[in-house]
Design a protein around this ligand. Structure first.
Ligand code: APR
Length: 227
């Protein structure tokens, strides 16, 4: 069975990482566009780098939760691809092997001149940091207003899914929120979110609860289908 999972900030909430839209529209005290747009970076690069340095250090202190692990365990029996809007690496640390990061990765940086020049980066990133080709480095994050390079690959995955599991996303940010439109009409969709933005239907089964309780139930449900 081909299972495609679409995750958002909610799956990492119980690991201790804050979601975006639950906290009065501010992201850790900042207007989102001031820290997550090319304009914000041009206006105040130090603020933006400091913001992501703090997020990066915070990420190194948290661990995957039961929901990340339950999704990783699905790989034992199924062909599983995770499409995440999250920039954390908690899916990988839980053991998932096929993770597509739509919005980039916190533990990577890239050249400001060449988006394909990407490096692993666990330390703080400073304005004086350049790659070996002398390119300025910036966070490997897809900011608002920038293209989403992995989108076509993500669409193709959704188009070929038997089962789609959506976890912890407000479905407010496009193009990620549009991915569900590509679900085959005969696919089964599960949606886990304590504040779900989608209603149940013949095709969609909604679990209005937290990821750590809802995702294991979805996994049990899928395993029961098999048996
Ligand atoms: N388990 C599951 N879902 C949860 C939990 C939890 N414990 N706690 C909160 N949620 C849900 C909320 O109900 C909400 O629907 O997680 C969702 C978080 O929504 P957003 O904060 O909007 O996060 P997301 O959908 O991932 O945002 C998309 O927006 O700012 C950009 O690029 C950023 O990738 C991000 C994108």
């Amino acid at each position: 069975m081909k299972i495609v999972v679409l995750t958002g900030a909610g799956i990492s909430a119980e690991s201790g990482l804050k979601t975006f839209r639950d906290s009065n529209g501010l992201w850790e005290g900042h207007d989102v566009l001031s820290v997550a747009s090319p304009e914000g970076y041009a206006n105040n690069p130090e603020l933006v780098l400091d913001f992501y340095n703090k997020r990066r250090q915070q990420l190194l202190e948290v661990t995957p939760n039961i929901a990340h692990k339950a999704l990783a365990a699905l790989e034992k029996e199924h062909d599983v691809v995770i499409i995440t809007q999250n920039v954390d690496d908690l899916h990988e640390r839980a053991g998932s092997n096929h993770v597509i990061h739509l919005h980039g990765e916190l533990l990577k940086v890239r050249s400001t001149f060449d988006e394909n020049l990407v490096l692993d980066w666990k330390e703080d990133l400073n304005l004086g940091d350049f790659c070996e080709h002398n390119h300025q480095l910036r966070p490997h994050i897809v900011w608002f207003g920038e293209a989403v390079p992995m989108l076509d690959i993500a669409i193709e995955q959704v188009e070929n899914a038997d089962i789609i599991i959506i976890v912890g996303t407000s479905m407010q940010v496009y193009p990620a929120a549009d991915l569900i439109q590509y679900a085959p009409y005969d696919s089964q969709i599960y949606f886990v979110d304590p504040n779900p933005s989608i209603a149940s239907s013949k095709q969609i089964k909604v679990y209005a609860e937290k990821a750590t309780t809802g995702v294991p139930k979805v996994v049990a449900n899928i395993n029961a289908l098999e048996g």
